[in-house]
Design a protein around this ligand. Structure first.
Ligand SMILES: [Zn+2]
Length: 450
């Protein structure tokens, strides 16, 4: 219907225009984007590209550096399509970062990339090499979720997130290690991590007394915080179910004092002990202002148990008022249960990180995840890449690039749809982009990161 503005007086015309403009904003949101969605996307993307990002979850480092994680990928693990080495997008990443002149990674072509990176590492000595990678992708800072920090990473731009799982495996782990070939890789690395914490604290053997063991754990957390650690990370879903009972300290003490000197606890005893230690760690996290990062998603390896690591298992812990002063970050946002996961962020102290989601999914699918999150709790979601050095050719550099590009394009697309469908204005869209890419995560660390 044509609006009859021409028949009205000037004052009424003005009123009509204002009423029409506000009606566009106030109208009920539409279920489909309009024809303008592409143009809105084209307007938003360059502005989103200019936002310096804070990468909330990543494993920066070189492929020959064993400390990039506290665990390692089991050999021959199945990879989803986009995370395979032959993803042609990785050649695009190498082109963008290093001027790679080829479209594939045949051995001769791959050698070009290895040589190029070696040359750059020589030119950009010390911490300059990885800083230059962050500069190229407009990432201001990136979490370094690593077993230990590396001297070639600038601590100011790569804040350390250390691993806290190993305190849960202090006994004889013969049965845990033998469970399957994945655990055969993971559990010995947890034992190694616990020994490194013992070395750090000059403890030659675990204390015979349970209270002293808890003091030892707290000392490691305090020292890691002093050494620049901003958060503690759990990848416990790789090693056992994430359902945690609520045992008493007497129960845990009894089990500790029986088995710290040797012998194999039953599976139930070991779990009961671990449940207590997990709760002790998250309580300490509140006291020490060290947010808790928890792996909540599918995992690598062929034996990763999806149903036993369902993010909803953690609900009873997250909604427990005893842990109200602990900040939780659900790393990988529960993928592929991200729809359930966002409702956990209704808790004031619970946040989601979207890392890995933007690599496991193509941007068209990741856009839908982001849109659903932005429409629910836009102030509780944070950006991350989960970058990792896959091998000598495809390093953390290329996975950083692919993660950042995927997230920025999917974010622009999600927001463009929301604007076009009449949910938010473009100005609001850019505020949400700043929050997701940078501001929300940075605020969690009380000035320790930028
Ligand atoms: Zn990770």
């Amino acid at each position: 219907m044509k609006l009859g503005l021409g028949k009205l007086g000037i004052g009424s015309q003005l009123f009509g225009v204002i009423a029409f403009a506000s009606a566009q904003v106030m109208a009920q949101a539409r279920p489909l984007p309009g024809n303008d969605v592409q143009q809105i996307y084209q307007r938003l993307l360059p502005q989103i590209d200019k936002i310096p990002a804070f990468d909330h979850h990543a494993h920066p480092g070189f492929a020959d550096d064993a400390d990039v994680d506290a665990m390692a990928a089991p050999p021959n693990a199945t990879e989803a399509l986009r995370t395979r080495d032959d993803n042609p997008e990785l050649a695009v990443a190498a082109k963008a970062l290093f001027g790679y002149p080829y479209n594939d990674f045949s051995p001769q072509h791959a050698q070009w990339l290895i040589d190029k990176k070696n040359e750059l590492k020589k030119q950009l000595a010390g911490t300059a090499y990885f800083n230059s990678i962050l500069d190229k992708i407009n990432t201001e800072s990136s979490v370094a979720n690593r077993a230990m920090m590396a001297d070639y990473l600038d601590a100011k731009r790569f804040p350390w997130v250390f691993f806290a799982d190993s305190f849960m495996w202090p006994f004889n782990n013969t049965r845990e290690t033998a469970r399957n070939s994945d655990e055969g890789v993971y559990i010995p690395l947890q034992e190694k991590m616990l020994h490194r914490w013992m070395q750090q604290e000059n403890v030659s053997q675990l204390p015979a007394n349970f209270a002293d063991y808890l003091t030892f754990i707290s000392r490691v957390l305090e020292d890691n915080s002093k050494r620049g650690g901003i958060a503690m990370k759990f990848e416990v879903a790789y090693f056992r179910p994430t359902t945690f009972s609520d045992p008493s300290s007497t129960q845990a003490e009894d089990i500790y004092q029986r088995y710290v000197v040797g012998g194999i606890p039953t599976e139930k005893e070991y779990r009961t002990f671990q449940d207590f230690i997990f709760r002790y760690l998250i309580q300490e996290s509140g006291r020490l202002h060290l947010p808790v990062h928890v792996h909540t998603a599918v995992g690598i390896g062929d034996y990763f148990n999806l149903s036993q690591s369902n993010i909803m298992n953690l609900e009873s812990v997250l909604r427990d008022p005893r842990y109200a002063s602990t900040t939780f970050v659900m790393i990988h946002g529960g993928y592929p249960l991200e729809r359930e996961a966002i409702w956990l962020a209704a808790m004031k102290n619970v946040y989601l990180d979207s890392s890995f989601g933007e690599l496991a999914q193509y941007p068209s699918a990741f856009k839908d995840t982001l849109k659903m999150w932005l429409e629910t709790f836009p102030d509780k979601i944070t950006f991350g890449t989960d970058c990792f050095p896959y091998n000598d050719v495809l390093g953390a550099e290329e996975s950083y690039w692919l993660g950042v590009r995927s997230a920025r394009t999917a974010l622009a697309a999600a927001l463009a749809e929301m604007v076009s469908e009449g949910e938010i204005t473009e100005a609001r869209a850019l505020q949400l982009a700043h929050a997701y890419l940078h501001d929300t995560a940075v605020k969690l660390y009380g000035g320790r990161v930028h």
